[in-house]
Design a protein around this ligand. Structure first.
Ligand SMILES: [Zn+2]
Length: 111
């Protein structure tokens, strides 16, 4: 269940990054026809993510370009802080949302 939520959040983040790119292109004075499709896809995806998780994500996105980041070799790939091994054991169980103690980003385990 949670794994699914995090996967959807990663997909949401991808869409947000794409939307940001679209905004950048628009700022240069070009029309971007696909923007409405992107916004619709984002809206539909956001509806399926639990409200507390979504609001954590939105709050983090005000600070970081990427609010949810992978963990590799017990390291947060957002700030490269080494995380306690016990955190990895909890994170891999996919029963709770774990945030980095260093930067506060939402974490998901790659391995
Ligand atoms: Zn971090």
């Amino acid at each position: 269940m949670l794994r699914n939520q995090l996967e959807m959040l990663v997909a949401l983040q991808d869409l947000d990054c794409m939307l940001r790119e679209v905004e950048d292109v628009k700022a240069l004075g070009f029309e971007v026809p696909g923007k409405v499709d992107l916004e619709k896809a984002r809206e539909e995806l956001a509806r399926q993510i639990s409200p507390p998780l979504l609001s954590t994500y939105e709050r983090l996105r005000a600070r970081y370009k990427r609010a949810i980041v992978p963990v590799k070799d017990n390291k947060c790939l957002g700030c490269f802080m080494r995380l306690p091994t016990s955190l990895g054991a909890r994170g891999r169980k996919d029963e709770e949302v774990i945030t980095c103690e260093g930067c506060g980003r939402i974490l998901y385990w790659l391995d």
